[in-house]
Write a protein that binds this ligand. Structure first.
Ligand SMILES: Nc1ncnc2c1ncn2[C@@H]1O[C@H](COP(=O)(O)OP(=O)(O)O)[C@@H](O)[C@H]1O
Ligand SMILES: [Mg+2]
Length: 354
């Protein structure tokens, strides 16, 4: 795969609000991209977990290759850090296509998009990250581009304006989004396949950690792998980040192999507990327990009471707390579950035991 030079677009702003919580934030931070690129699997075989998606993709890719046809448009959605960007690169790599990278917020003007897609060759891939953040005008240009491989451009102004239809090569769009519900249905409908990336199992995270340790030439024992995998919020990006932090810690505090004892010390310093919860997660749960008797309470109220941004709660903390069964979403708001009370060593109110 030949990766063309990244486009001359402004940096993609992080999709989450505050950057206060960097260690467990599933979004990548400053300087992290370079580190991540080195750990990125290049082939479907190297990509760990998500077996259904891998099987589907491999058939889909093989079939397209046999027919010598460009692949259909692919939509990948899932929480940050689960492997959407990685999969987009893998697809391009497996097909042997060129990939160009952009994002919803970077495509501000129609001209930006027109310049990019009119330069795509047959079978080339355009990866649009955060595709839910495309503006309406651009989105409307995308419909005929994706469906009929045509670009409708308006030339001139006022009564003399006319539409010019340019034909495009048959290309493929791979869209990635953390928020499927924010994608308009006409846009969603134009993707031939949609894959939802789920949180990983602890076993898969352990395999990812082993693979990364090998690449980084970090010596780490089995118990330490186990410990880190339980605290990585089932998210590869966080697993790799914790590994990097523990490695730093080991370089300063010890030499040789990373042990579970060392990991425990490092994670304590980072305030990450044995389930991967950080201070903000705990504060959210404790606030709901103390101020709202465990809920139900609305997201806006939680945000105001914890002084966290709604987006941060919605994209960083809530998905994981829901996933591990510490929060429940009800029509009347969020409720803390008995499991969370136990984890926080709180007495469970009798009403919650029913
Ligand atoms: N299935 C996987 N196997 C191995 N590493 C993975 C896997 N999924 C993600 N990663 C690693 O996690 C990091 C974040 O993945 P990325 O594709 O950037 O996530 P997203 O685009 O969904 O936010 C990358 O360094 C990548 O190498
Ligand atoms: Mg990404």
């Amino acid at each position: 795969m030949i990766e063309r030079e990244e486009m001359n677009v402004p940096n993609i702003p992080p999709s989450t609000g505050s950057g206060s919580n960097t260690i467990l934030s599933p979004s990548s931070g400053d300087n992290e991209e370079t580190f991540e690129v080195g750990l990125r699997p290049q082939t479907l075989n190297e990509f760990i977990g998500q077996n259904d998606i891998k099987q589907n993709l491999s058939i889909f890719i093989e079939a397209a290759k046999k027919r010598q046809e460009p692949i259909e448009h692919v939509l990948l959605y899932g929480n940050p850090g689960l492997g959407k960007t990685t999969l987009a690169h893998i697809i391009a790599n497996e097909i042997g296509s060129q990939i160009r990278i952009t994002s919803g917020p970077a495509l501000e003007r129609v001209g930006d998009l027109a310049a990019i897609i009119s330069n795509l060759g047959r079978g080339d891939i355009l990866f649009i990250d955060e595709i839910h953040r495309l503006n309406k005008t651009i989105e409307e240009i995308m419909y005929p581009a994706m469906e009929d491989y045509a670009l409708d451009i308006i030339v001139g102004k006022g009564p003399t304006a006319r539409t010019l239809r340019l034909s495009l090569e048959k290309f493929t769009i791979i869209g990635a989004t953390t928020r499927l519900s924010l994608l308009s249905s006409p846009l969603r409908d134009r993707f031939g396949v949609t894959h939802h990336l789920n949180f990983y199992t602890d076993e898969d995270i352990a395999s990812i950690l082993k693979r990364s340790a090998k690449i980084l030439k970090v010596q780490i024992d089995e118990n330490a792998i186990l410990l880190l995998s339980q605290r990585s919020r089932r998210t590869p990006r966080i697993a790799n980040r914790l590994l990097r932090r523990v490695r730093d810690f080991a370089e300063v505090k010890a030499d040789g192999c990373i042990t579970s004892g060392l990991c425990e010390q490092a994670l304590e310093l980072l305030s990450v507990d044995e389930l991967g919860l950080d201070q903000t997660d705990r504060r959210i749960l404790e606030t709901i327990i103390e101020k709202f008797s465990g809920g139900p309470v609305g997201l806006n109220t939680i945000a105001a009471a914890t002084q966290e941004e709604i987006e941060t709660i919605e994209e960083v903390h809530e998905p994981f707390l829901l996933q591990i069964g510490f929060l429940e979403r009800t029509p009347r708001g969020r409720t803390v579950t008995p499991r969370a009370y136990q984890h926080l060593k709180r007495d469970i109110p009798t009403t919650r035991l029913l």
